[in-house]
Design a protein around this ligand. Structure first.
Ligand SMILES: Nc1ncnc2c1ncn2[C@@H]1O[C@H](COP(=O)(O)OP(=O)(O)OP(=O)(O)O)[C@@H](O)[C@H]1O
Ligand SMILES: O=P(O)(O)O[C@H]1[C@H](O)[C@@H](O)[C@H](OP(=O)(O)O)[C@@H](OP(=O)(O)O)[C@H]1O
Ligand SMILES: [Mg+2]
Ligand SMILES: [Mg+2]
Length: 341
C-alpha cells in the first residue's frame, strides 16, 4: 500500500528535512571518527555500505580501546559512543574537558535522561506541543520502585486506566530492559516486577511511527505495533501478557495493507517542530522517537519511547545521511573558528 504524498524512490521512508552541505574545508579532508560501541552495535551500524561511502568522503572510523587512556588514542575529530557504564561516562566527561576541540556524540550527561523511562518523556510532556497540525502528548504513567503488592492501590490513587504497559524503569542496553508486558486487570498488578513504569495503553490501530533524528535530519518509518485492546479482550483476559519486541525492524509495515487513516504519516511540520525542540531540550543529536496516533483521533499523537543511538543501520539511506551529518559537524566547527579569528 502506498499512502498519498509519499516519496517513491525510497519506499521505506520519507525524508522530512535535510541539511544542504558545502564541501568540507581542506584541513578536514580526513575526518577521524573514534567509536566505542558494543559488538552488536558495531555489526548493525558499521555496515560495509557505510564504511565504503565514508572512505570515499574522507571519513575514517577508528575503534576505541576502552582499556587504554583516550588521550593516547586518535587524535579524533569526533567520538561516537553508546556504552552505559559509569566508568566510561566519567572517562568521556574528563576527555571532553581536556579536549574541547573533539565533538563527543553525544554528551554522556544528556544521554542519561534517556536511560530512565520516567525522565525520557519529561521534555515531551513539558513541551506541551500543540499546533494546527496536531498535539503531541505522553501517556499517563506512574513509577513503581518496589513492593509489587502496593501497585493496585498506587494505580487507583493515580487514577490510571487499565490496561497498562509495564516497562522496566531503567534502559541499559540489556535485553531485560526491553522485556515489557501488558497488564489487563487489577488482580494481575502484584505479579509485576519493580522498578518499573506503568503506562496507560493507547489504542493506535497497530501501527507505530519510528522517527529517526540525525542532527537536523529527520526520517520516519512505519512499524507494526501491538493491536488495539477492546472491551472483549479486557473481559476475557485475567493475566499479564508478556510481549516480544513488537516494533523491531522485522516488523516493517511500509508495504502492508493498512487502513490509510491509520498508516498516514504524522504531518511533516509537526515532526519538524518536535524534532527541533527535543534536540535542543535534550541536548542530543542522535536519537529516535517512537510515536503513535490515538485511534480515531486524527491529530493526537503520543510519544511512548525515545532511544539514544537507535538502530540506524535499519534506516533507509542511513549511510548518506550519517556521512553528510559527520561532515556537517566539521564544516560548522570550521566556520565557527573562521568567525572567531
Ligand atoms: N503506551 C503505549 N500504548 C500502546 N502501545 C505501547 C505503549 N507503550 C509501548 N507500546 C508498544 O510496545 C512497544 C515497545 O514499547 P517501547 O517502545 O516503550 O519499548 P522499548 O523496549 O524501549 O522499545 P525499543 O526497541 O524501541 O527501544 C512499542 O513499540 C509499542 O508497540
Ligand atoms: O531498530 P530499532 O527499532 O530502531 O530499535 C533499536 C533500539 O531502539 C535500540 O535501543 C537498539 O540499540 P541497543 O541494542 O544499542 O540499545 C537497536 O539495536 P541495533 O542497533 O543493534 O539494531 C535497535 O534494536
Ligand atoms: Mg520503542
Ligand atoms: Mg526504547
Amino acid at each position: 500500500m502506498r499512502v498519498h504524498g509519499e516519496v517513491s524512490d525510497d519506499e521505506a521512508a520519507t525524508v522530512v528535512e535535510s541539511v544542504p552541505l558545502c564541501p568540507p574545508p581542506a584541513s578536514a579532508q580526513r575526518l577521524v571518527v573514534g567509536y566505542a560501541l558494543t559488538k552488536k552495535k558495531v555489526r548493525s551500524f558499521l555496515q560495509p555500505k557505510l564504511l565504503a561511502l565514508a572512505r570515499k568522503k574522507g571519513i575514517h572510523f577508528e575503534s576505541i580501546d576502552e582499556t587504554r587512556p583516550l588521550s593516547e588514542q586518535g587524535p579524533f575529530d569526533i567520538i561516537l559512543h553508546k556504552l552505559t557504564s559509569k566508568e566510561w561516562q566519567q572517562v568521556l566527561e574528563n576527555y571532553r574537558e581536556e579536549h574541547p576541540e573533539v565533538t563527543v556524540l553525544d554528551p554522556p550527561n544528556a544521554i542519561q535522561h534517556l536511560n530512565n523511562r520516567q525522565s525520557m518523556l519529561q521534555e515531551v510532556a513539558d513541551l506541551n506541543l500543540s499546533n494546527g497540525y496536531g498535539e503531541v502528548c505522553t501517556p499517563r504513567q506512574l513509577v513503581i520502585m518496589k513492593d509489587p503488592s502496593s501497585i493496585p492501590d498506587a494505580v487507583a490513587k493515580a487514577g490510571l486506566t487499565l490496561p497498562l504497559v509495564a516497562k522496566p524503569l531503567v534502559v541499559d542496553g540489556t535485553s531485560k530492559s526491553h522485556e515489557l508486558s501488558l497488564a489487563y486487570v487489577e488482580a494481575s498488578l502484584p505479579l509485576l516486577d519493580p522498578p518499573l513504569v506503568l503506562q496507560e495503553f493507547v489504542n493506535h490501530g497497530g501501527i507505530l511511527f519510528k522517527v529517526y533524528i540525525v542532527g537536523e535530519t529527520i526520517r520516519v518509518v512505519r512499524r507494526f505495533s501491538l493491536p488495539d485492546v477492546n472491551t472483549y479482550d479486557l473481559g476475557n483476559n485475567d493475566g499479564i501478557f508478556r510481549f516480544p519486541r513488537v516494533s523491531c525492524a522485522t516488523n516493517n509495515a511500509e508495504d502492508a495493507d493498512v487502513d490509510p487513516c491509520i498508516a498516514e504519516l504524522p504531518p511533516k511540520p509537526l515532526l519538524e517542530k518536535l524534532g527541533k525542540e527535543l534536540r535542543r531540550r535534550l541536548g542530543l543529536r542522535l536519537f529516535n522517537i517512537d510515536m503513535i496516533r490515538e485511534h480515531g483521533r486524527k491529530d493526537r499523537y503520543y510519544v511512548i519511547d525515545i532511544n539514544y543511538f537507535p538502530g540506524y543501520g535499519k534506516m533507509p539511506g542511513y549511510e548518506h545521511i550519517f556521512t553528510d551529518f559527520l561532515l556537517s559537524l566539521v564544516q560548522s566547527k570550521y566556520e565557527r573558528l573562521l568567525s572567531a579569528s
